[in-house]
Design a protein around this ligand. Structure first.
Ligand code: GAP
Length: 445
């Protein structure tokens, strides 16, 4: 059993995100904008690292997956065929007493309003479509309607033939995509966990139908391992299979990778067996054949699709929650106790890998500090900070999760050596500037 999550963790992480430039409420100077968030100077690095690590494992390190970047705006025909116009709905109920609105499928008791505790006060459920609709061109109306995609997946299905013809891939092979998706969520919330605009990392893996089960198991294992490899504890993760009623309209089997958030287990990613549903639907609606002729078997078939579908923004939030730690430590250089907050990110996820900190702003330290920065920047994302006492600057880097701080002091002028300080152990090593890259490379590789 994992330790129960700290009930104050959520607020602590949200506060740190604002204070240190990870995530800001969107349009804050206008009072904020409905559960929408902007990623600040540090958050944008975190998010890029999450996406980069996903791309590295799903595309770069494989020979059977290629990438795609499809359009966000899409014609109704795609969503008609995919079933989203009809099925991508949430059941919405209003409480007649307090007028609050809820998703019926998320209520603990469908007869009791969780806000005012009235019984039997809900209206009949209405099916509310989650897709954002807009109009292309100057005239609003039928014929000009377009949708913002609610999942990146359909871009991969409608390009199946193009990719097959141009990439020389044959089933089993995958198409991967990272990008924004939009859903008009009835109840966005829990910070960036559920928002109306978010980023997805999805891969459609096309397989011979009789191999679908095998690849479904394979991708469930692979995807769970990815989070563990990047530093999330195994006891904070689990795989949960959907029961029959929970399955999406296109799925014959789905398992969620779940993370133990402060409010309990919740979804990070879904791995689904989408069967041949999407390719058949698009083939029928477009008139294009979306099947594959296997020359070895002399057979034509419509591939089945195994889809690992993760949220980049939601995953970034899980990495923040998993990395957050507080501990009592001796004040560096003075021995007195103090508490420190530290984000123990895996090095590959950490926004900055190294912080360059000249001990003082005196001009004579700027030259070696710039030399060190120039040496490191081509290899690592670096922060540079010359304000405040060094102890406070270390604390700031701890809260950003920076694995190493490099301090340039007055001795550097004589011995051309710098102090390298480790985020987790706080141990300090004296290292020659000329040997600095060799010193950091094995630690950060
Ligand atoms: N193509 C399949 C699909 O989109 P999904 O379970 O609806 O499946 C996949 O979404 C992932 O996208 C989720 O596991 C979650 O990480 C992320 N996601 C979905 N809706 C989200 C939202 N409103 N805000 C943030 N992330 C979301």
């Amino acid at each position: 059993m994992p330790p129960a999550p700290d009930p104050t963790l959520f607020d602590k992480v949200v506060n740190l995100c604002k204070r240190r430039g990870f995530v800001f409420p969107s349009a804050e100077i206008y009072g904020g904008f409905r559960s929408t968030y902007d990623y600040g100077p540090v958050g944008v690095l975190l998010l890029r690292n999450v996406k980069e690590e996903w791309w590295r494992s799903m595309v770069q390190l494989r020979h059977d997956v290629v990438g795609l970047d499809a359009a966000i705006l899409s014609p109704p025909a795609i969503w008609e065929a995919s079933g989203h116009l009809q099925n991508f709905t949430d059941p919405l109920v209003d409480c007649r007493k307090c007028r609050e609105r809820f998703r019926l499928d998320k209520l603990d008791d469908p007869n009791e309003c969780p806000n005012c505790h009235a019984k039997g006060s809900f209206t009949e459920a209405r099916h509310f479509n989650l897709m954002f609709k807009t109009y292309a061109g100057p005239v609003e109306g039928t014929g000009a309607e377009v949708y913002l995609r609610p999942e990146t997946a359909q871009g991969m299905f409608v390009n199946f033939k193009n990719v097959l013809e141009t990439s020389r891939k044959r089933p089993p092979f995958g198409i991967a995509q990272i990008g924004k998706s939009f859903r008009n969520e009835i109840t966005p919330g829990n910070f960036v966990f559920r928002t109306r605009e978010f980023e997805q990392m999805e891969m459609e893996y096309f397989v011979p139908p009789d191999e679908a089960e095998k690849w479904y198991e394979y991708w469930c294992d692979e995807r769970l391992r990815w989070y563990v490899d990047l530093g999330i504890r195994e006891d904070q993760l689990r795989l949960r299979a959907h029961d029959e009623e929970e399955l999406s309209h296109y799925s014959s089997a789905t398992s969620d990778v779940e993370f133990l958030f402060p409010w309990g287990w919740d979804e990070l990613e879904g791995i689904a067996n989408r069967t041949d549903y999407d390719l058949r639907q698009h083939a029928q609606a477009s008139g294009e054949s979306l099947d594959y002729f296997d020359p070895a078997l002399g057979e034509r078939y419509v591939p089945y699709v195994i889809e690992p579908a993760a949220g980049a923004t939601r995953t970034a939030m899980a990495f923040l929650m998993a990395a957050y730690d507080e501990e009592e430590v001796a004040r560096e250089g003075q021995g007195q106790g103090e508490s420190r907050t530290v984000l123990r990110f895996h090095h590959r996820i950490a926004p900055y890998k190294v912080a360059v900190l000249p001990l003082s702003r005196k001009p004579e330290l700027q030259e070696p500090a710039n030399e060190v920065l120039g040496l490191l920047q081509p290899h690592y994302m670096c922060d540079y900070d010359e304000t405040q006492a060094i102890g406070r600057r270390y604390r700031r880097q701890d809260e950003l999760g920076t694995p190493y701080c490099v301090t340039i002091d007055f001795d550097t002028l004589d011995d051309r050596a710098v102090t390298v300080r480790d985020r987790d152990s706080m141990a300090q090593d004296r290292v020659q500037i000329d040997a600095l890259l060799d010193h950091l490379e094995p630690k950060l590789s």
